[in-house]
Ligand binder design. Structure first.
Ligand code: NAD
Length: 303
């Protein structure tokens, strides 16, 4: 049995990860400031440290005696990055550097959350790990910065890491009332209340939606692959679903007809985002992913 620190363990993805770690018999320590997460998401049997990942002292204490760290804490919002550039930068990049600094000399492997936002609006699809990275948001730039600092962490300080570029993660516990939550939880919530769906632009924009259980499998597998070359992997399905297709799927599962209201397209929004899952499948030994319909069914059942 090992003990892992999960930063952001009270959040959507972090709470699913903590549950899986506990189910596998591991000890779990959570560091979270509850800014977007909830104490109700804490998994029984885990140790909770209320604190800010930007505080070096909190990080050093949280890392004491752990066998590995999953770093998921972030302000996971492109919009907030536009409004509060420096505040989000501190949490999304400076805290990652602070974490690497706290891990320095202790041989603690770090698996951290990157994002498909590092790619920005690049050309050929699907996006591969070697595709051009040209982030269009402060959030994406900070996630790319985490990857660059992970390389420094490995090369200069011998810290083993793995970065996971999550695409559009969905599943139970994604908060539909949050302004930052994914389109899926918002659609599920509105259709369950038979409310109209707001779609920005023509709805033909595509995303690679991946169920949270698949993301957890990737996180668990990545810990054993952390090394000082700082590998990064796409965590995605390789399948694109348009926002209109998604609306139709959710409506079908809810047994209602979706009323759609088209809103003006959002400036700077990436038109298509589909990743290649091949490298992660090969290196992390991941199997096929949960079909979007099955994932949606599980999400709706939870709501
Ligand atoms: P979330 O908002 O549900 O979870 C983030 C957690 O971090 C929350 O519990 C929050 O309270 C905590 N947190 C934020 N700032 C903190 C701070 N300064 N100190 C301590 N804790 C802090 O988000 P999520 O969807 O679970 O995302 C987890 C990670 O995955 C993030 O790094 C995010 O950028 C990344 N990611 C998510 C998606 C997605 O589709 N959900 C896609 C790509 C990348």
């Amino acid at each position: 049995m090992a003990t892992f620190l999960v930063t952001g363990g009270c959040g959507f993805i972090g709470s699913h990860l903590c549950a899986a770690l506990r189910a596998n018999g591991h000890g779990v320590r959570v560091l979270d400031d509850l800014s977007s997460g909830s104490e109700a998401n804490l998994v029984p049997g885990s140790t909770f440290l209320l604190g800010d990942v930007c505080q070096p002292m909190a990080l050093r204490e949280a890392l004491d005696g752990v066998d590995g760290c999953y770093h998921l804490a972030a302000i996971a919002s492109v919009q907030r990055g536009e409004r509060e550039w420096l505040v989000t930068h501190r949490t999304n990049l400076s805290a990652t550097v602070a974490l690497f600094e706290a891990a320095r000399g202790r041989g603690i492997p770090v698996v951290y959350a990157s994002s498909a936002a590092v790619y920005g609006s690049t050309g050929a699809l699907p996006l591969h790990e070697d595709s051009v990275v040209r982030p269009l948001s402060a959030y994406g730039a900070d996630k790319l910065g985490c990857e660059q600092h992970a390389r420094v962490a490995g090369h200069v300080h011998g810290i083993p890491t793995v970065g996971l570029r999550f695409f559009n993660v969905f599943g139970p516990r994604q908060d539909p009332t949050s302004p930052y939550s994914g389109v899926i939880s918002i659609f599920c919530d509105r259709l369950l209340r038979t409310q109209a769906l707001n779609i920005f632009g023509d709805g033909q924009q595509t995303r690679d939606f991946i169920f949270v259980e698949d993301v957890v499998r990737a996180l668990l597998a990545a810990m054993a692959r952390a090394d000082t070359t700082a590998p990064v992997f796409n965590i995605c399905t390789g399948q694109g679903t348009s926002v209109l297709q998604l609306a139709a799927l959710v409506a079908d599962l809810c047994g209602v007809k979706a009323e759609i209201i088209h809103q003006p397209a959002r400036a700077g929004e990436v038109r298509h985002s589909i990743g290649s899952p091949l490298r992660a499948r090969e290196y992390l030994g991941l199997g096929s992913t949960v079909a979007i319909r099955d994932g949606l069914e599980a999400t709706l059942a939870w709501m």
